[in-house]
Each structure stands twice: as structure tokens, then as C-alpha cells.
Design a protein around this ligand. Sequence first.
Ligand code: BES
Ligand code: MN
Ligand code: MN
Length: 464
Amino acid sequence: MTTSMPSGFSKKSLLDYTASQRGSFEKTLKELVEIPSVSAEPRHQPEVAEVVSRAADLMQQMGGEVRVLETGGHPLLHARFEQSSDYPTVTVYNHLDVQPADMSDGWHTEPFRFVQKEDRYWGRGTTDDKGPALTALWGAKYALAHQTPINVNFLWEAEEEIGSPNFESTVKRHKELLETDSVVVSDTVWVSRTRPACPAGLRGLQGFRFFLETGETDQHSGTSGGAARNPVAEICQLVADCFDAKTGDVKIPGFYDDVVEPTKAELADLKKSGFSTATFKKDHQFKSLRVTDPVEIMKRIWCMPTFEVHGIEGGYHGPGVKTIVPPRATAIVSCRLVPNMDARKIVKLVRAFVKEKNPDVKVQAEHGLPAYQGHTVGPHPDAIRAAMNFAFDKEPVFVREGGSIGAVVPMEKVLKAPVFFLGLSLPEHGYHAPNENYDWQQAEGGMIAFADYFRRVAAIEPAS
Ligand code: BES
Ligand code: MN
Ligand code: MN
């Protein structure tokens, strides 16, 4: 057992380090944020490649052994900082791709300009996930420079925001290179600034596009309306058949069959998580909600599956009323999945339901992600607890989180390494929203938490 604390790991020395590194951290974050690495948009494919190559240069300059792995989609970056094969290896996972962003979504500053005001940074990707990625890197730099007996590898993905479609096959192909004892992911969000949180699980996701075409071109609704089918309306009807928009209840037969509802004990735990309905509404800028009871909200966002409509495409969107009958429409929808649900089974149920309700609608299913159940007990979760407590003066709560990270299940499955989470984002940072931001408090605390986590993991006795 290592009981003595190396002098370099006092709070004071770590705070001196973060203060001295702030300028270079911000400069690097600016560089990455200003590359619009939007994985979902084909026109941004060169910038996705560019952000990976920029990150590869960065790792190389720091002395890492860097590989950019082809995936068939966007590349995957691996960098090794190996000190000795006798030491345990931790792999840090983050993603460098971002969600789309457009000024017209309500940004107050250009989404791909890094704007700093005092301790806050704005720009797409600042919190999801370029800021946390660099925070972890700066934490690792410290640990490696202070004789921590550990090897640190970085696995930075560039297609997380499109569901990691090529991640598992690429990791399989490079299993030896990617070998690791454990993984730590920094891509999750706290309950509030005053309450650090770690995911006890993540929801899975199954996305769909429903497409209907009933004509070739727009037609005058006076000359054909009444007899012509209206694909926008039929698509709306179909979506309304799938679920009750007011309550959120999914009406597809069999949808809830495999759901394991949270236990009484789990619901009681939620009460202690620090969640508040008022803060939730404010952080996410909601005017009203389906439900207001905090436990019911937490149950819905963390523990239950959903059916969601992301957008409906088709018809007229300009000023006034253009009196046409549109020829085609698409609904973009998805289901969040919880443990024990099977994405492939949900695809089957949805296809059968759509076929029955509207056989002309074509269903395109996206790459599905299963839900994930995390580890909350053992030496690594304890190291996470202690490191967060050390850095932020508050123990994290372990609660399920509602989002999805496609890489997590494949890393456990293929690399046979347990995955742990040290997330740093806050609800008010605006994941996927306009005016996404990150801040120096989270970066500074995060660097300290990561450095401390590596020191603690190095001291964990290997299981025999
Ligand atoms: N960082 C999020 C995942 C997340 C969100 C974790 C909220 C915990 C709480 C990630 O970048 C993300 O947005 N994932 C997508 C994946 C999807 C596009 C396949 C998601 O959850 O929608
Ligand atoms: Mn993310
Ligand atoms: Mn995201």
C-alpha cells in the first residue's frame, strides 16, 4: 500500500501548476474549437480530419507515440505515453467531433469562434467534448511529469456524435495496440455546479428516419388538395401514433416489455442527488415541462426509455402561407434505451408498427447503441470519488445519466477493460445547445482531479 503522498500532489503544487498552464490550455482549446469538426455534415469532413491531425501533432510534441487509425469513417487517434510495462495503463477516452451549430439557432457569438470572457469560454465543442479532453490531457501531463508509476494512453474519437458507427470494428482490428487495464471517460455532466456527479449508467439510443413520398413536386392545393395525399400530415399522424406527445407514453406495442423500472431504493437515492426542478428548467431554458415532481423528472431523464421527434422535414417553411401540397416528408426520431432493452428488438417493433399504420412510409434505422450499466463500487470508483472530492471539495453522487456514448460498451467488450467516468460538464454549459460554453473552474478542478486520479490508480494493487 502506498500511503505517503508525493510532495508534487499537494493541492498547493497542483494549483501552482494549473495557474502556470492556463494560458497554454486556453490557446490550445481555442485552436481546437475553431476547427468546425462536425461529424454529421459531409461538407465538414476535411475539418474533422484536420482536428484529428492537429491533436496528433499536439500529442507528438508532448512526446506521445501517436497513431491515427483509419476507421472507414472519421479517423481515430491513439497516443501512448508509456513509461514502463510494469506500470498499469489507463486509457483516457474523449471525442473531438462536435454537433452542428449555426448562428441562426440563437448563438450570441459565432459558434466556431472561441470567445472568452473572464473565466468562461464560448463556442461549439468547448464543453462537448474538447474542453474536457484537454483538461484530462493537462492532468495527465502533470502526473507523468511527477513520477507517477502509470502509463497513460489517449483514445480520441471523431465520430461520437454520429453514434460511433466504426468504433467497435476499429478497436477490434487494433486490439493489441489499444490494450489497457482500465478506461476513464470525461464526457458526462454533473447534476449542478455544486454537486459533482458520475454516471452509474448511460442510456442507449436507436435513431430512425421515417420517409414518405406521395408525389413528385409541389402542387397547387386549390387544384389538387382534398384528393391529394399530404405526406407532411401523414408523417405527423404517424409520429402521433407512436407516442402521446403530452405524457410521453410510447404506444408501440412491446416497447416497455424489457424495461426494468428503478427500485424504491434507487428512487430514494435520487432524492439525495441535489437535483432541483427550478434549476433544471433554468439551465435548459424550458418554459414548462411535462411533469414537475423532481423524482419523476429524474426517473424520466435517467431511468426510462423515450420516444423523441428531433425534426420534421418537408413542405413550406417561408413567410406567409404558400398554398402547396408537398410531395414528400421525413421525420427524424429516436428512442433512448435503458438497461435490458435490445436496440435490434426496438427496430423490429418500430418497423412492424409503422408498416401497420402507414405501409408507404420507409423506415431507415441508424446504428443502434445499447444502454450501459456502470461500476459504482471497487477501488477505481473509490479513486474517482476521492479525486473529485480532493479537487472540488465535494464527493460526487453516482446517478444514471440520460445521454449515450457509443464507445463505452465496445471498450468494455473488446478491450475487456472496465470503464470509469470523470465528467466535468455542467447543465448550464449547454450540451448541443446554442451558446455552448465551458469554464476555467471546471478545467482547473478537472486537471487536479485527473492528476490525483492517476496517482491513486497507480497505487491500486492489481487484482490477483
Ligand atoms: N457527451 C454526450 C453524452 C452524454 C450526454 C452523457 C448527457 C451524459 C449526459 C455525447 O457527446 C452525446 O451527445 N452523445 C449522443 C450520441 C448519439 C448522437 C448517438 C447523444 O447522447 O445523443
Ligand atoms: Mn460528448
Ligand atoms: Mn454530444
